[in-house]
Design a protein around this ligand. Structure first.
Ligand SMILES: [Zn+2]
Length: 199
């Protein structure tokens, strides 16, 4: 049983009843991450992207999430150095009903400046890190999968910043990626494919 204080707010806040509240966020520079991240999957593996308007889940607090469509078994990389906050890898089911909402495998990593990265839909029993472990940017932390509330294999990625202790006291930020991956920023404007360079 996971300790109460170790249950990340993001995991609890992603429940549908919270999602439906559709917290309206102000568009401002605070909407962008303070940290600069690398891609959470190899760029060469990306077949397509999904952002707001593509995934039905990318609303409210999850509005700035990005889906990276990659084959199952693709290495998932730590987007920056940090400390693993919590993980789950024991689910082996998926579906497009919200009853699968809490049945995905995931990793939550804490970084500097109160930012956390969240990696969702990971493959069953393929997580290679544990809570409390320090990870380096680009380190392989898991293999991608298709678990939880999902139709096709992809990695759901989000950057969170917390501003309180309540269940939805966080905002999902627009991730600032390294310059060489700047094309991903177009995804926030609704692009499903955005000039993938293959590196
Ligand atoms: Zn997603």
């Amino acid at each position: 049983m996971i300790k109460r204080e170790l249950v990340p707010n993001a995991f609890l806040a992603k429940r549908p009843e919270v999602l439906r509240k559709r917290l309206v966020l102000r568009r401002s520079s605070n909407d962008r991450s303070a940290n600069v991240y690398t891609l959470p999957v190899p760029a060469s593996a990306i077949m397509a992207f999904g952002a707001r308007g593509v995934s039905p889940a990318h609303q409210g607090n999850l509005r700035n999430s990005i889906d990276f469509y990659v084959p199952e078994g693709t290495p998932v990389l730590a987007a920056a150095g940090g400390v693993v906050f919590a993980t789950r890898d024991d689910s082996n089911v998926h579906g497009i009903s919200t009853r699968y909402w809490d049945l995905g495998n995931w990793i939550d990593i804490k970084h500097s400046r109160n930012e956390y990265t969240w990696y969702e839909h990971l493959a069953y029993k393929k997580i290679r890190v544990r809570a409390g472990q320090h990870v380096k940017k680009g380190q392989v932390i898991a293999l991608s999968g298709n678990t939880g509330f999902t139709k096709n294999p992809h990695l759901h990625f989000q950057v969170n910043r917390y501003f309180g202790t309540g269940l939805d006291d966080y905002v999902t930020l627009r991730a600032r990626f390294e310059k060489r991956f700047g094309f991903v920023q177009k995804v926030y404007a609704g692009a499903r494919r955005a000039g993938i360079t293959g590196n």
